[in-house]
Design a protein around this ligand. Structure first.
Ligand code: SF4
Length: 333
């Protein structure tokens, strides 16, 4: 569905390019919820923007490309970087970060729906007919059609988020990208939003890509996930494997720091900070924080490669074999 083909991007600054995405290469499949996790500033949002083709100066593509392809209504489609925006809403849509503040607070929701739905989908309908379809869709999502007459300022943050998700999925896009969809919402509302996304994915049988720094979100709803660190994808696989059998030292420490029911051991964060993207260390970027770092790690960048079917990671220790690797990493707290 989405192929990210050796993509590298950078921001142009007066001090020179700042490389935010480094040779990221993976695929996102049809009919799955794919998660992208990592600390703030690791490049998750930039990657999501690139997937949605929002590549505008000072962000530039240095190399590689994205390919969005699939089938809709019995017809094949294929778009590359620079063309994907031609199919916004229809084949791909985007729920941005802090989506609750995207809606114009003083314009009734019905007008915002009418303005957002592309002309091509209105099929020579009258406004009333389009609104009738929107009202029916809201009902399908267990939302009241009366919302269409409301102003965004009258709604809670959670309800605005639901409306944005309804807007983004109204045209049954093949891919929905959601950036931190539960941020700034209380736990109960978060759960409702996650359930809504899962239900929608099952109904549309499409692809959802969820960016979140919250590992709990990935655990609850994603089928597969990728872990990013300092602009690179460092591990990718089925979500259950990432949580139960993490490979990369960073993932191992990240998962090890999560609280678990019944586990009374004291949890600590990962010591140190991610490197500044303006001046990253040579070799593996995790080396300054990695308890397993060797001299080789400080000099050469580990390759992101498949270590078993569908399981990818970038770490020099992998050269010593998958099983040995798992045993060794058990020592990392
Ligand atoms: Fe640690 Fe070396 Fe693996 Fe990087 S390559 S994660 S420094 S062991």
């Amino acid at each position: 569905m989405l192929k990210i083909d050796h993509l590298s991007t950078s921001y142009t600054t007066i001090d020179g390019p700042v490389h935010v995405i480094n040779d990221v290469d993976f695929e996102i499949y049809d009919n799955e919820i794919f998660g992208i996790a990592g600390e703030s500033g690791c490049g998750k949002t930039t990657l999501l923007k690139a997937l949605y083709d929002i590549i505008e100066f000072p962000l530039v593509v240095d190399s590689g490309k994205l390919i969005l392809s699939g089938q809709k209504n019995g017809k094949d489609f294929s778009y590359e970087t620079g063309q994907i925006r031609n199919t916004w809403w229809n084949n791909i849509s985007y729920v941005p970060q802090a989506a609750q503040s995207v809606l114009n607070p003083i314009v009734p929701l019905k007008n915002q729906f009418l303005d957002s739905i592309p002309k091509a989908d209105k099929k020579n309908e009258t406004k009333e007919q389009t609104l009738k379809r929107v009202a029916a869709y809201l009902e399908e999502l267990s939302l009241s059609p009366d919302l269409l007459n409301a102003y965004p300022f009258q709604l809670s943050g959670g309800m605005r988020q639901r409306v944005i998700i309804a807007l983004a999925t109204f045209m049954s896009p093949n891919v929905v990208l959601a950036d931190e969809p539960t941020t700034a919402l209380d736990v109960v509302v978060q759960r409702g939003i996650l359930m809504m996304l899962m239900r929608l994915q099952k109904q549309l049988k499409n692809t959802m890509v969820i960016v979140s720094h919250d590992m709990g979100v990935h655990y609850q709803i994603t089928d597969r996930m990728g872990i990013m660190y300092s602009g690179s994808m460092i591990e990718l696989g089925k979500t259950e494997d990432i949580f139960n059998k993490p490979i990369h030292p960073y993932t191992r420490m990240l998962v090890g720091a999560l609280p678990r029911v019944g586990d009374k051991s004291q949890k600590t964060g990962i010591p140190g900070r991610p490197p500044a993207l303006t001046n990253p260390p040579p070799g593996c970027r995790f080396a300054p924080r990695c308890p397993k770092a060797t001299e080789e790690c400080k000099k050469s960048v580990p390759k992101f490669r498949e270590v078993e079917k569908g399981r990818f990671a970038a770490c020099h220790l992998l050269n010593k074999g998958w099983c040995k690797m798992s045993e060794k990493l058990l020592e990392i707290k």
